[in-house]
Design a protein around this ligand. Structure first.
Ligand SMILES: [Fe+2]
Ligand SMILES: [Fe+2]
Length: 276
């Protein structure tokens, strides 16, 4: 079975390329399950319920977030009611949202998803390693395919999490830095790993924001709005092929899709044929 994790969706450009590409991409790549990190989908920061619904309609199965999770208060009701959107599992129990979910993939396999926040160069949170242990013990043992979105800044932190969970989960895939890393690999225990799957949004930017605005504020300290950029929009993510019986990863591959490719997919996508 094949699982796609879409990297941090930034603003309207990110949302647009995902909703346009996804139905066709699902067919082309024979995807059974799609996870999207949407922490920057609402104008660059947080997620709005309307965008969550659009992602669902486009075919996203599960939404993960990160340090920007609560930027939009409106998302709270979705976090508290929907069964396919997660908070980082090492947030305190009082924080709105669930820490893991198990959902059916298109091929019938049950897929567990959890997300964790790193602690290096980030806001202080509970220990991600202990949280991972706790959540993995809670997930039913017959759910073999388990995907971890490790939302963290430091590559060392991410490698450590990958090695810590090797053999216990199908994949540890990084988000948050908005820069894809060329280190995709499968560890000895059968866990697929990549430090960061990259950003889905405008790449002619500073991590998705307008270059001029970020530069001005950083260099002159003049306050400006870090508006979402517009150009060179790409969908970045990673596809993991897994054995549903064992939960071990078979392959891992980076995916980069341009707007032109997404448009082509949108025009080629066949409508799903209903099973009679
Ligand atoms: Fe992000
Ligand atoms: Fe983040």
């Amino acid at each position: 079975m094949r699982i796609l994790l879409i990297g941090d969706i930034v603003g309207k450009p990110g949302e647009r390329i995902v909703t346009r590409a996804l139905p066709g991409l699902r067919q082309r790549e024979r995807l059974d399950f799609i996870i999207a990190n949407a922490e920057n989908a609402a104008d660059g920061s947080g997620l709005a319920p309307s965008i969550y619904r659009k992602l669902m309609t486009a075919g996203v199965d599960c939404v993960t977030l990160g340090d920007h999770i609560y930027r939009r208060n409106e998302i709270r009701s979705v976090l508290e009611s929907a069964d396919n959107i997660l908070k980082p599992a090492n947030f305190p129990p009082s924080a709105p949202g669930r820490t893991w979910c198990v959902l059916p993939a298109a091929d019938g396999t049950q897929v567990a998803v959890l997300s964790l926040l790193g602690r290096v160069f980030m806001r202080p949170v509970d220990c991600p390693w202990h949280a991972a242990d706790r959540v993995l013990a809670e997930i039913p043992s017959d759910v073999k395919v388990r995907i971890v979105d490790f939302h963290a800044e430091a590559t060392s932190d991410k490698q450590l999490m990958g090695r810590y969970l090797d053999g216990r989960v199908t994949a540890v895939l990084g988000t948050h830095t908005h820069v894809a890393t060329a280190d995709e690999q499968i560890f000895r225990g059968g866990t697929a790993f990549q430090c960061d799957v990259g950003m889905t949004g405008p790449h002619d930017s500073i991590l998705g924001r307008r270059i001029d605005r970020v530069m001005e504020t950083t260099i002159t300290f003049q306050p400006t709005q870090f508006e979402v950029a517009e150009d060179d929009v790409k969908l970045c993510g990673t596809i993991v092929e897994a054995d549903p019986a064992t939960g071990k990863a078979i392959s891992i591959r980076r995916l980069v899709l341009t707007v032109d490719e997404a448009d082509k997919l949108a025009t080629q996508a066949k409508p799903a044929i209903p099973v009679l």
